[in-house]
Design a protein around this ligand. Structure first.
Ligand code: PA5
Length: 447
């Protein structure tokens, strides 16, 4: 097994010691999660998902893909919340930042484009998506567990009309893949009646914990992403938590305990700070995961993200000098100052023929090394100011470590929420807005 993501709490001030009080409770919470005896225990099938179902499901998806007949170069993901955030996280982390432009030159490493619909209600956005699709050969993966969420449902109508008009009824049907509940919901009914190919979201997995199920695997596999390696990374993380391997030093338990201690100490915000823009989607996914899981009964740390060094020139001021209600979680990629990985590339600061720009001291250094130094400089400055700063590190940005991070954050999130004594797996707060939207737009039965 490769190294597991590490956690360093040395710069968290008094939180480090305080967190020790929560470690044994964190262990108990983990056990209750593993046995399904925790709050919301019926929604814990995501735990150890790769080993229990994921690898097998991937083979099924691969077989289906091999037999898929229509030519396509673009996968449109139609979903919101947990039904799209995981695919976006992986796509942004592992694709070329300018893949849309380089596609023709074959520089997107054989991957097909992924585009998104149904994650907002922008009319202009939908029109512009269709305009772009005119230049592509799309396949549409509509993803909704409930099958009733307004945003993806509206997008589905629009996309289906588009496909029918462009390709005709029979071909349009072939270009839709549905991912939804095993039995319930309008989308399941439509898929069954219309004969769309479909995959199921298991009953025991809620939206934001579903990235490694068909919700994330179908679009990523269709678009050619290294899903096997992602599952392997996640599987190793879950295995490291197996009773014969785990102890209270496990990074998942340490981080959950630090977060719990931060809440006790009056912190209100957890900022995930990162230096690699490719991780922007992962941070959005993390925000959704923690926000919807912990934010209940007037509890929880509000999850926010900061991209360094960009945000050191904006929000950095707040951390240095503003309201001290923040826990900061730094996400380091160790290879930023060493060798390249599958995803990362290396560039040294070149010599300069123009004149004296006072940058000679950086000449020959990797740009990423300067980026990591900026993160360390911020870490020093913020922790000296009294912001508790916890550091997470992965050896490199790779599909394997991306998989580890997905599983890592899922476990930390569930244990953190259990330490706060809230059910990690419901989201009644989200339902309130959904019902209001139905009423405002005049859905029958919603007054
Ligand atoms: O985590 C969750 O359960 C939510 O964020 C859902 O994923 C989101 O509300 C979308 O729901 P659905 O998949 O039912 O359309």
């Amino acid at each position: 097994m490769s190294r597991i993501i590490s956690v360093d709490g040395q710069n968290t001030g008094t939180l480090q010691e305080k967190s020790l009080e929560y470690l044994s409770k964190a262990e108990d919470s983990l056990k209750s999660l593993q046995s399904g005896n925790c709050a919301g225990g019926e929604f814990t099938s995501w735990y150890h998902w790769p080993k229990n179902h994921g690898f097998e499901l991937l083979q099924q998806i691969d077989r289906w893909k091999e037999n898929y007949e229509s030519a396509y170069d673009t996968v449109v993901v139609g979903g919101i919340g947990g039904s799209y955030a995981g695919a976006l996280a992986v796509e942004q982390a592992l694709s070329h930042s300018h893949a849309q432009i380089l596609d023709g030159a074959g520089k997107s490493q054989g991957k097909k484009s992924i585009m998104y619909a149904g994650h907002n209600l922008s009319e202009t956005g939908l029109i512009e998506l269709l305009e772009a699709l005119d230049h592509k050969l799309p396949i549409v993966n509509v993803i909704s567990k409930s099958g009733t969420t307004t945003e993806p449902s509206v997008a589905f109508r629009v996309l289906y009309s588009y496909l029918q008009e462009r390709f005709g009824k029979e071909e349009a049907k072939k270009r839709i893949v549905v991912t939804t509940d095993t039995q319930k919901g309008v989308l399941r009914q439509l898929a069954n009646e219309s004969g769309f190919p479909s995959f199921s979201i298991p009953d025991g997995v809620g939206g934001r914990f579903s990235v490694l199920t068909a919700v994330g695997l179908v679009p990523l596999c269709l678009a050619g992403y290294p899903t096997q390696e992602i599952l392997e990374g996640a599987n190793d993380l879950f295995t490291s938590l197996d009773p014969e391997n785990v102890n209270s030093e496990h990074p998942c338990l340490q981080l959950a305990a630090i977060r719990r201690a931060a809440w006790e100490q009056g912190k209100a915000i957890d900022i995930l700070s990162y230096g690699e823009p490719k991780l922007g989607g992962l941070v959005e996914w993390w925000k959704q995961l923690f926000g919807e899981s912990e934010g209940k009964d007037s509890k929880g740390l509000f999850p926010a993200g900061m991209i360094y060094s960009t945000d050191l020139h904006s929000l950095g001021q707040f951390l240095q000098d503003g309201n001290p209600c923040i826990l900061e979680t730094f996400l380091f990629i160790e290879s930023e100052s060493s060798s390249a990985s599958q995803v990362e590339k290396r560039l040294k600061v070149p010599g300069f023929a123009l004149g004296d720009d006072k940058l000679q001291y950086l000449e020959g250094k990797y740009v990423a090394e300067i980026g990591t130094a900026a993160m360390k400089a911020a870490l020093e400055a913020h922790s000296e100011r009294g912001v508790p700063c916890v550091c997470l590190s992965i050896p490199s940005l790779s599909p394997y470590y991306l998989g580890q991070m997905l599983a890592f954050f899922e476990v930390v999130c569930a244990v953190s929420a259990l330490l706060l004594e809230v059910n990690p797996f419901n989201q009644e707060g989200v339902e309130a807005y959904k019902t209001n939207l139905f009423r405002i737009m005049g859905r029958p039965g919603f007054k």
